[in-house]
Write a protein that binds this ligand. Structure first.
Ligand code: FES
Ligand code: FES
Length: 158
């Protein structure tokens, strides 16, 4: 099958790849670009483990075709830390043990960052609604929500 050439930006880096028309963004990220932080949980848009942002909007990469990244700005969990400096959300997740098996964690961090980018002071209810599309099979939601609240406060300088 003829492959498509895609020019995009991933985590600030101009990136090009060839993909088949039916390939998902998740498959290209993981299998071709070796960015394996985005996880494949359900492949049907139900779990959020594959969350990325595209032009700042939260997207399930398992539901996005890789060709749709043409000309877009894609951010994955790999772009969240700046060198050795963790994002405040990552730091709080570590400090407050807001993860158990960790399979859902990259998607939750990407989703939480997308929330704080648009709303730096969300209520606990808003956080819970926003993260409703991210399933944690260990059900450790309280610590996750607390870590997001505390990271938001730190980022606001509160
Ligand atoms: S793998 Fe994409 S939402 Fe579950
Ligand atoms: S920490 Fe186990 S699935 Fe989320």
């Amino acid at each position: 099958m003829k492959k498509h050439h895609v020019s995009t930006t991933i985590n600030g880096e101009p990136t090009e790849y060839l993909c088949e028309p039916q390939q998902t963004m998740l498959d290209v990220l993981r299998d071709d670009l070796h960015l394996t932080g985005s996880k494949e949980g359900c492949s049907s848009g139900d779990c959020g483990a594959c969350s990325i942002t595209v032009d700042g909007r939260l997207v399930c990469s398992c539901l996005m075709l890789a060709v749709e990244a043409e000309g877009r700005k894609v951010e994955t969990i790999e772009g969240m830390a700046k060198g050795d400096k963790l994002h405040p959300l990552q730091q709080k997740f570590l400090e407050e043990a807001a993860l158990q098996c960790g399979f859902c964690t990259p998607g939750i961090l990407v989703a939480a960052k997308a929330l704080l980018d648009r709303n730096p002071d969300p209520s606990e209810t808003e956080i819970r609604y926003w993260l409703a599309g991210n399933l944690c099979r260990c059900t450790g939601y309280d610590k996750i929500v607390r870590a997001v609240v505390d990271a938001a406060a730190e980022m606001r300088g509160a």
